[in-house]
Design a protein. Structure first.
Length: 405
């Protein structure tokens, strides 16, 4: 029996240029191929002569690949010596179990810790995974793969709902009762854990994801998703006198840009005016959301263009933490009751467009909605139909009377 092993990149040839692809270990026995995922993704330019290169973490990834490859080779040789059929599922289970036991940390937490840097997501999304790791370690009741059950998820949910938001020392000394973690905050922990368990299932760590048996059990809650600003509040923010060039001024301008494009913070941060083309006097672009990869149709309305002109064709830049902190001060100065945060601008854009006659399916296309069922319906809407709605809003802008920057 002739058996060989090799590490291959993007075995199905589906990775687009510049995108990361999975490294798999290919086991070939009598011309039959079976594959075992390493859980490591790299770009084609980062995989040369069987080594990861051109990355800051290249050394650690190569070391991890060497460990996995050596253990796979040993398992294959033992199967050959015992004249057993090569079973990739049993090899996968054995290899990962050996790697995890050596780490000294709880098996599940160790796996999560090592997988987070390997996830094919933007850095803004990745930062939400580390708090989950900390919470699971703090809770301490989900340590092994055997602990990944529906019962444990219910227990985790109850524990999360018992938590309180972080509180400053001054607030604690003043005797202020801390707020409990919101439904949206709890939901985000579930959403992140579910994504990791889906990855674990694909890698053969677990047979099924228990979240699939609990669909609809852990809900976000409606409050945050329905908050938005009125036209009067939008105007108050746009006309608020702020020191030119200050961080408050930059934060306000970024918020205004989001309010009139519907772009999420990560998409606004990656905005490139060169991608837009002028068609019939308007700037248009069809792109993909950074967070989800879902297509969206964008057109720059006058208030958004004003912001770009103020910053030389670029979107004002400020890190997300400082941004949301400055928005709190802007909220106070503008006398607005609704809590300002970066995603509120996106809610406001959607609500304002709908209130002014835009079709709901077109607004969803403008936003790049990520719900797959809804997106399938949105996909039928042509970009030309979306631009017709932008035209209606453009007429409304003249009445809205955009103030000069």
């Amino acid at each position: 029996m002739s058996t060989t092993t090799a590490i291959v990149l993007d075995r199905k040839g589906r990775a687009k240029d510049g995108k990361e692809a999975m490294l798999d270990i290919r086991i070939t026995s009598n011309r039959r191929h079976v594959y075992l995922s390493t859980g490591i993704k790299v770009r084609k330019s980062e995989w040369i002569a069987g080594q990861v290169v051109n990355r800051l973490d290249a050394k650690s990834l190569n070391e991890r690949l060497a460990i996995i490859y050596e253990k796979v080779g040993r398992a294959v040789n033992e199967a050959i010596a015992a004249d057993r059929q090569i079973d990739v599922a049993s090899i996968r289970k054995r290899v990962w179990a050996e790697i995890e036991v050596q780490s000294g940390k709880p098996v599940l937490l160790d796996w999560i810790h090592k997988q987070i840097p390997l996830l094919d997501i933007d850095e803004g999304t990745r930062k939400h995974y580390y708090p989950l790791e900390n919470r699971l370690e703090e809770w301490g009741q989900m340590r092994t793969w055997e602990d990944v059950t529906t019962e444990k998820l219910y227990e985790f949910d109850a524990w999360l709902h018992s938590l309180h938001k972080p509180q400053s020392e001054a607030a604690r000394l003043a005797g202020i009762v801390p707020e409990r973690l919101s439904n949206a905050g709890v939901y985000n922990y579930h959403k992140t854990l579910k994504a990791l368990l889906n990855r674990a299932r694909r890698m053969g760590k677990i047979a099924t994801n228990p979240y699939e048996l609990l669909r609809g059990q852990f809900k976000r809650g409606d409050k945050e998703s329905t908050e938005y600003l009125t036209e009067e509040e939008m105007t108050r923010i746009r006309t608020l006198p702020l020191p030119k060039g200050s961080t408050l001024d930059i934060a306000r301008d970024l918020f205004v840009f989001q309010m009139f494009t519907g772009l999420a913070y990560s998409d606004a941060e990656a905005f490139d005016f060169k991608r837009y083309k002028k068609v019939d006097g308007t700037w248009r672009y069809v792109g993909q959301r950074i967070k989800t990869g879902v297509p969206y149709v964008s057109e720059l309305l006058p208030p958004a263009v004003e912001v770009l002109q103020k910053y030389g064709g670029k979107v004002p830049q400020i890190n997300n933490a400082d941004y949301n902190h400055r928005l709190k001060e802007i909220q106070r100065q503008a006398g607005i009751a609704t809590r300002l945060h970066s995603h509120l601008a996106r809610h406001t854009f959607a609500t304002w467009m709908l209130a002014n006659g835009a079709k709901i399916e077109n607004v969803a296309r403008m936003l790049g909605h990520e719900n797959i069922v809804t997106t399938q319906r949105y996909a039928k809407v042509l970009a030309t139909s979306v631009h017709e709605d932008y035209g209606k809003i453009r007429k409304r802008i003249k009445i809205f009377n955009s103030p000069s920057s």
